[in-house]
Design a protein around this ligand. Structure first.
Ligand code: IPM
Ligand code: MG
Length: 347
């Protein structure tokens, strides 16, 4: 029996997570689900975005299924109390340094892509994003200059151990795919990136079968819309990975289709859609649950080592899409639940 911590969060988080749980339930895998609040919902219930009980549940569980956090009403809170601290805190406390964000175009979604169909069709890539370092977790401060001007300051930093361990994950992933690894940085400007590039080059020696190239992040952003089919695995730091993965999602049709895994050294992890809480459509039954459902598949594969039911879920999503099921983000009229029904029917 495996224990799954379900943290639905805010906005559309609860709606899409419910569909993912429904799909997992249908597989009869002897899973136990324990729900806990996170983000704004937890701030309202327990005065903290990541209450100790929620963190303890996440630590005790075999895997975490996460929805989304954030809403405009919390914008005025001090940073430590904002909903985003729930996910950032979980990543840091559970040491979830390896973020896998697979991006592929499901056949039938060519027209939903922001790119021309022939270009979009070729997308099948994996973004490996470092998740517990970089400017996200450097020192943050604000103050006044001697002239009395307000300033903000965020420190970008990586040490070689942090870079080497995410590089190894990325090289191994590339070895299991098409053997191509692209490392993205801004080494022409940033010292952090210069060290990043040096270390990635050193790790390469342990993976002779993988072809490594480097690209500056601005060029990578451009290439991603020009010819995304050229990419197999992309490894990058926390900030660049955040930006490039949102961009890649629209190339593949919709951000509503993209799952992710955040893993620790042992493969234990947190699984979440890459999309946010979408407050504008929350509670309306319009959200696409596919990213959450596909995150549940990644949970089975990576944390519970159950590749067969994971394959079944992914095939069911593909079949539902091929059969014409579409939520609004994909240009259709299916409700969140109807999309979940279509996946369950295909299962
Ligand atoms: C993501 C999100 C988060 C991030 C936010 C919610 C803190 O955008 O998972 O991509 O920036 O990492
Ligand atoms: Mg993001």
């Amino acid at each position: 029996m495996a224990l799954i911590a379900v943290l639905p969060g805010d906005g559309i988080g609860p709606e899409v997570t419910a569909e993912a749980v429904r799909v997992l339930d249908a597989l009869d895998l002897d899973l136990t689900f324990a729900h806990a609040p996170a983000g704004g919902a937890a701030y309202l219930a327990a005065a903290h975005p990541l209450p100790p009980e929620t963190l303890a549940l996440a630590q005790r569980a075999d895997a975490v299924l996460f929805g989304a956090v954030g809403a405009p009403e919390y914008d005025g809170l001090e940073r430590e109390l904002r909903p985003e601290q729930a996910i950032l805190g979980l990543r840091k406390r559970l040491k979830l340094f390896a973020n896998l964000r697979p991006v592929r175009l499901f056949p039938g979604l060519e027209d939903a892509s922001a790119l021309k169909p022939d270009i979009a069709r070729a997308i099948d890539l994996l973004i490996v994003r470092e998740l517990t370092g970089d400017i996200y977790f450097g020192e943050h401060s604000r103050g006044r200059t001697p002239d009395g001007l307000r300033y903000g300051r965020d420190v970008m930093q990586y040490d070689e151990a942090e870079i080497a361990r995410i590089a190894r994950i990325a090289f191994a992933a590339a070895a299991g795919r098409r053997g191509q690894l692209l490392s993205v940085d801004k080494a022409n400007v940033l010292e952090t990136s210069a060290v990043w590039r040096e270390v990635v080059n050193e790790v390469r020696r342990d993976f002779p079968g993988v072809q490594l190239t480097h690209m500056y992040v601005d060029n990578a952003a451009m290439q991603l819309v020009r010819d995304p089919g050229q990419f197999d695995v992309i490894v990058c730091g926390n900030l660049f990975g955040d930006i490039l993965s949102d961009q890649a999602s629209m190339c593949a049709g919709s951000i509503g289709m993209l799952p992710s895994a955040a893993l620790d050294e042992d493969g234990k992890g947190l699984f979440e859609p890459i999309h946010g809480s979408a407050p504008d459509i929350a509670g309306q039954g319009k959200a696409n649950p596919c990213a959450a459902i596909l995150s549940a598949a990644m949970l089975l594969r990576h944390s519970l080592r159950l590749p067969e039911p994971a394959d079944r879920i992914e095939a069911a999503v593909a079949a539902a899409i091929a059969g014409g099921a579409r939520t609004a983000d994909l240009g259709g009229t299916c409700s969140t639940q109807a999309m979940g029904d279509a996946v369950l029917a295909a299962l």
